[in-house]
Design a binder for this molecule. Structure first.
Ligand SMILES: Nc1ncnc2c1ncn2[C@@H]1O[C@H](COP(=O)(O)OP(=O)(O)OP(=O)(O)O)[C@@H](O)[C@H]1O
Ligand SMILES: [Mg+2]
Length: 399
């Protein structure tokens, strides 16, 4: 049981190791697509093992008088995949553009590979940051075939080494057979794999992915997300993904920051965001669930309509205090033998499961994920019981 106040936030700063040298020395940045160039004398001999690869130290940004975010901070160690997850317009793309060096920041600092690349007074040009980018619209060059698109960022690399790197990446993305195909001959998923390979070709220190799969259908999005995660792992690439889609975030990221109103509400693993949301916004934004009214009973117990559950209440939350208790669809089990009955208000077929909307005796509604061979009609009453591991309760304003 975890009790959290709506204002509890966390944004841990991670540690990292020194980077290996990149064998690819790309001298000029292309006009579009990957933005890679060697960071002068900084990226290969850095040896402070405690320094994260990327660190945003309380950065602020505004478009004119309108603040996009202030004091935004997180860090990633080498090989880690971080994600900024948030609703449309919350500033995700702007944050990526600040990291890439396309947007100036008005406060704080961005450190890449142990070196300051942005502050209010200084900005290292984008082409010197050794950052690769993948956008949602693929942005492949239509007049270049797959292998030439991938090779695009490898100017200055000798022919043999370039062919070797392109060959490796074609194998990694599983498109060897399409090396000579042109973008218009590829599916959306294939194009996005090529865009990823092109961005990875010069071995950037950091890869930025802006909603890379939002043009793809849901199933492909999740599958490609897992593939991309494997590829990034294999290449030991550090990456920042931004998306509004939690499934995309969950499939790829090690750590996710939920961004809302210019503030990272919680920076945590996908598991913890789901099971231990820090505040009501995160609880509502991540996953499905409802808040049921509850009451503190003792130092380690609370009551909700579905029963009494163990709880670790904070000292100030005395017996009788009203609480909002988060109940997820997987916390409610269908059990014919249970005396507790709920009426089926609606159901959505999800293949293996139905997501049932159920009404309790009080009129409160809960969601329940039930194997789809339990096909109950709307209006029917079914037996349910609570099976909940981590009870999340928020102090009610009246507490
Ligand atoms: N060039 C610009 N000039 C002024 N305001 C801008 C500019 N670009 C973005 N904004 C505003 O800044 C805010 C953040 O925009 P941003 O594109 O970073 O959001 P986002 O989280 O990426 O949204 P989405 O999920 O829709 O892509 C929005 O309110 C947007 O209208
Ligand atoms: Mg955006």
């Amino acid at each position: 049981m975890t009790i959290r106040s709506a204002s509890s936030l966390s944004a841990p700063f991670a540690k990292q190791q020194a980077l290996p040298a990149s064998p690819f020395d790309v001298r000029s940045a292309p006009p579009a697509g990957p933005i890679i160039a060697p960071m002068p004398s900084v990226s290969t001999d850095h040896s402070d093992a405690a320094e994260p690869l990327l660190r945003l130290d309380r950065i602020s940004h505004a478009y004119g008088a309108s603040t996009t975010f202030s004091e935004l901070g997180f860090s990633l160690k080498k090989g880690q995949i971080g994600c900024l997850l948030g609703p449309s317009g919350c500033g995700k793309t702007t944050a990526l553009r600040c990291i890439a060096g396309f947007e100036p920041i008005s406060g704080g600092e961005i450190h890449l590979n142990g070196h300051k690349v942005s502050s209010a007074a200084f900005s290292l040009p984008a082409q010197k940051r050794r950052i690769g980018m993948v956008f949602q619209d693929y942005a492949l060059f239509p007049h270049l075939n797959v292998q030439d698109n991938i090779a695009f960022g490898l100017h200055g690399v000798d022919r043999t080494q370039r062919a070797k790197r392109v060959g490796e990446l074609l194998e990694t993305i599983g498109l060897q057979a399409l090396a000579k195909a042109y973008p218009h001959e590829l599916s959306g998923g294939q194009q996005q794999r090529v865009a990823l390979a092109r961005a990875l070709a010069p071995q950037p220190d950091l890869l930025l992915l802006d909603e890379p799969f939002s043009n793809l259908d849901v199933e492909l999005r999740e599958r490609l997300g897992l593939e991309v995660r494997d590829i990034l792992r294999q290449q030991n690439t550090t990456a920042v993904l931004v998306t509004h889609d939690q499934h995309e975030a969950f499939a790829i990221a090690d750590e996710i920051g939920v961004l809302h109103q210019g503030v990272i509400q919680q920076w945590d693993s996908p598991y913890k965001l789901y099971h231990e949301p820090a505040n009501l916004f995160v609880a509502g934004f991540i996953g499905e669930g409802v808040l049921l009214p509850g009451t503190a009973v003792g130092p380690a117990t609370l009551d909700i309509e579905l029963g009494r559950v163990p709880a670790q209440l904070p000292p100030l939350c005395a017996a009788g205090c009203p609480l909002d208790v988060l109940v997820r669809p997987d916390d409610i089990i269908h059990d014919d033998a249970s005396p507790m009955q709920a009426r089926v208000l609606a159901k959505a077929f999800r293949g293996a499961d139905f997501l049932y909307t159920l009404q309790l005796a009080s009129g409160a509604r809960v969601l329940s994920l039930i194997p789809s061979h339990h096909d109950h009609a709307v209006g029917e009453k079914i037996g349910i019981r609570l099976e909940i591991d981590h009870v999340i309760a928020f102090e009610h304003p009246d507490c």
